[in-house]
Write a protein that binds this ligand. Structure first.
Ligand code: SF4
Length: 239
């Protein structure tokens, strides 16, 4: 194809089509770049920075940076792993992520990312925030203490559910996820089956009355590290 773009990730040639980001091209080639705010069905957000790679020697978010001819991308290096470990480490201490008590355990992307990066214990002091819960909705609750501000719920509601349910308010350490209603989630048109609910990578938005329907030990990341599905695409294609 004449307009095909070729570049490299860790020395491996990657082909991309115009308009693809580095992350999208890597996914298509079966090369896993760790990420938390990025989601295949949602527009890029570039907020978590877990997908940071070096592009021609400069740090860039792979989820928003377009693939370009001849660029040299460093992904699976000790330096990038250290950057990601530091980011994930800070996400853990900034919220209250008590995995052993969280219904999302085993299906949580933050927890799975920590395992993949080899994080055994955070290097920074816990902040132990106290943020309000919203359990007013009959099917869904929000625990903001587990929110990593990835924005997936905001985008999934707008782009997939065609609803305006979530938004960010506040700045800096006061930034938090809010709902588009005066008295909480119950006043929105959110439904338990909405993609905005299932898109949350952590246990901040959860459905009620379905907890532990899949036992701990039999969940997605109990069986395989996060990113294995993308890497499996590569090995099954014999790349
Ligand atoms: S509630 Fe979940 S999906 Fe929404 S911003 Fe927080 S972590 Fe992301």
């Amino acid at each position: 194809m004449s307009d095909e773009i070729k570049f490299s990730i860790d020395g491996v040639e990657i082909k991309a089509i115009p308009g693809q980001t580095i992350l999208q091209a890597a996914d298509a080639a079966g090369v896993y770049i760790p990420r938390l705010c990025a989601h295949r069905q949602l527009s890029p957000h570039g907020s978590c920075r877990v997908c940071t790679v070096k592009v021609n020697g400069r740090p860039q978010a792979a989820c928003t940076q377009p693939a370009a001819p001849g660029i040299i991308v460093e992904n699976n290096t000790d330096e990038m792993k250290a950057v990601r470990t530091s980011i994930v480490d800070m996400l853990f201490v900034e919220g209250n992520h008590f995995c052993m008590f969280c219904e999302k355990s085993g299906n949580c992307e933050l927890q799975a990312m920590a395992y993949r990066l080899g994080i055994a214990a955070p290097q920074h002091e816990y902040l132990f925030p106290s943020r309000p819960l919203d359990a007013s909705h009959p099917e869904v609750f929000i625990d903001r203490n587990r929110c990593i501000l990835c924005g997936r719920c905001v985008r999934a509601a707008k782009e997939l559910d065609n609803k305006n349910v979530f938004q960010f308010v506040g700045r800096g350490i006061h930034k938090h996820i809010a709902v588009n209603a005066e008295h909480g989630l119950s006043e929105t048109d959110l439904a338990g089956v909405d993609r905005a609910v299932s898109a949350c990578p952590v246990g901040a938005i959860l459905r009620k009355r379905v907890g532990y329907s899949i036992p701990v030990g039999e969940r997605l990341y109990d069986k395989q590290p996060i990113g294995s599905d993308i890497e499996a695409d590569r090995s099954s294609a014999g790349k």
